[in-house]
Design a binder for this molecule. Structure first.
Ligand code: ATP
Ligand code: MG
Length: 251
């Protein structure tokens, strides 16, 4: 039985897909059998094969894995809106059971499962008040929070982490993504302050990687470079820890 990690972010567009694909690629390169899953995709692309998830397609493209996009996604919703309303417009109600069932199947087959949320931690999946945070709790996966490194991130990141902690989730770490000019005074201080205020460690700083385009399916230098920017030993320790306890496993 594998271990899971839930990749969330402080906002939509912060780089959850880039980090999920990067982590999956780095793990596969290290000989660890990893898979990634996007249970709910808003703004899915309409193709001849129906609606497909650009995020799931990007995982496959970046990691060079041959599978179908539909293997790595579940609810593909056409409108680029919050999942609760995007689903309504498609005549669907999102429920947790098929998501959990699919995660169990992945955990039976893979050492590590990376599950990417949609938007941030308080995004609603339906009108019953079921949030992304509730899904992470049902799965009992620790969280990795992807954040912007720039001005404003202390507030957004601390709010996301504190909410998660206050609602019983374990936050394993946060990652700064898309640094434009390396880590200067502000970026370093932002990371230090978030660590100080939350007790959660920074697990990587990923620079802006030119040419990378998730929606266009272009992974650019991601596969060859991402491993050096992530604290893989600490992230790997998370799996070991998960493997030895109930955290990161579903009951
Ligand atoms: N490190 C990076 N270097 C270059 N471009 C990046 C980087 N990180 C993210 N981007 C770009 O920013 C955009 C948003 O990133 P991404 O799709 O990973 O965000 P997301 O948090 O997964 O969004 P969503 O909430 O829609 O799932 C993408 O087009 C991607 O190409
Ligand atoms: Mg994404």
């Amino acid at each position: 039985m594998g271990s899971g990690i839930f990749i969330t972010g402080t906002d939509t567009g912060v780089g959850k897909t880039v980090i999920t694909a990067g982590l999956m690629t780095a793990l596969l390169k290290a000989g660890i059998d990893a898979a990634a899953f996007k249970p709910v995709q808003s703004g899915a692309k309409r193709t001849g094969k129906g609606l497909v998830s650009p995020d799931a397609a990007f995982y496959l493209r970046a990691a060079g894995v041959s599978a179908r996009e539909s293997d790595y996604s579940l609810y593909c919703l056409e409108q680029p809106l919050s999942p609760h309303i995007a689903a309504e417009l498609d005549g669907i109600t999102i429920v947790k059971e098929p998501i959990i069932k699919r995660c169990r199947e992945y955990l039976d087959r893979h050492r590590v499962l990376l599950v990417e949320g949609a938007g941030g931690i308080c995004v609603p999946l339906n009108r019953s008040g079921f949030l992304m945070a509730d899904l992470a709790r049902e799965l009992d996966f620790p969280l990795l929070v992807v954040a912007r490194p720039s001005l404003g991130t202390i507030n957004h990141t601390v709010l996301s982490i504190k909410y998660a902690q206050m609602t019983g989730l374990r936050v394993a770490g946060f990652i700064f993504n898309n640094l434009r000019q390396g880590a200067g005074l502000m970026e370093k201080d932002n990371a230090e302050m978030i660590e100080l205020l939350t007790g959660v460690p920074l697990l990587g700083m990923v620079p802006h990687l030119p040419g990378l385009d998730v929606d266009g399916g272009i992974a650019g230098p991601l596969a060859d470079t991402v491993g050096q920017y992530l604290q893989l030993t600490e992230i790997g320790g998370l799996f070991d820890e998960c493997a030895g306890s109930t955290a990161g496993r579903m009951g």
